[in-house]
Ligand binder design. Sequence first.
Ligand code: AMP
Length: 399
Amino acid sequence: MSKFSDYNFKDQKALVRVDFNVPLDDQFKITDDNRMKASMPSIQKILKDGGSVILMSHFGRPKDGPLDKYSLKHLVGHLQELLGAGTKVLFANDSIGDDAINKSKNLKPGEVLLLENLRFYKEEEKGDEGFAEKLGKLGDVYVNDAFGTAHRAHASTAIVAKFFPADKKMFGLLMEKEVESAERILHKAEKPFLAIIGGAKVSDKILIIENLLDKATDIIIGGGMAYTFFKAEGGKIGNSLCEEDRLDTALDLIKKAEEKNVCIHLPADSIIADKFDADAEVSGSLSNNIPDSWMGLDIGQMATESFCRVISNSKTILWNGPMGVFEWDKFQHGTKAIALAIADATKNGAFSLVGGGDSVAAVNKFQLADKVSFVSTGGGAMLEYFEGKVLPGIAAIQS
Ligand code: AMP
């Protein structure tokens, strides 16, 4: 593979896989263009070098072929605005057909061509080789800048890379940063390495916890999933979230952590509520002695203080999943305190990565996204990376 920033794109047609899966309102207006904006640095670098750009992306979930509402044509105007009037932006009304072939053939340095939604072809998600080969023929060099789909072996995210020699395939700037940050956590973590895992369900996080048991010094387990651990250890958890079929898994994880000398931290106390409601009546309780009909919806004061101490002693911090129902003000304190402590630790030299939908939403809610080392945009992909899986989109470039 080549390194994007070292590569000179002069007179090259770069086939760039981006993630332009942005939300639209009923008037086809983009309501959040962060994903498009995030691709701009890679696009601009190629254009500045004197290359041209062929953009390909999926958009929504069309089930049976082309559908106007899922056409990427709705994004052309905004793409033009982001790139500025000096850059000619073209649109091809298919991904591999005559229009795509002709427009890409005639594309001049400094121009950008956006292909129609890849998922209008069933072959895309099937990872069809023939389809990928046709895509590959459109460009001289392949750039993957869509980390969010790197865990899928789709034609445009992985298979297409086969049709480019090693020096003509690479990660874009966005994806390179994601991969470097995740690798730093997984393989080069300075100790003490703390993983903070929260959110609703143990079942969603078992693989990530298991994989981190071989790497982390400490693991904090918060959020709804903590109560399955308390119940497994014989505690009273009232109506708190519990996955009865995961009690053994929880005990097994605790045992494995002991064997591997990893310190598991559970929240000693909780903020409890009399119902699952933003305006519920609130009280405090030990997490293993919650009264019947009450439920833990946030970590308590003692837990917060103790977690913050662990955070301030750590040199590498991975955070995935909130400590409580942070969407509701009454139950946001634990998550907010953790986010602030991570920001503080980062200021004092720790490397911190926040990944996974809801913890990203939390750092954004508390306006701390620029106070941590890296916020990953790849929810599912990042989770699978930390589970220790090989991501097809990464392997395809690296091989
Ligand atoms: P996840 O997608 O598994 O990371 O879970 C995130 C969701 O878990 C958020 O929407 C939180 O509101 C929810 N959550 C966190 N803590 C609790 C809790 N103690 N009880 C119920 N839901 C929770």
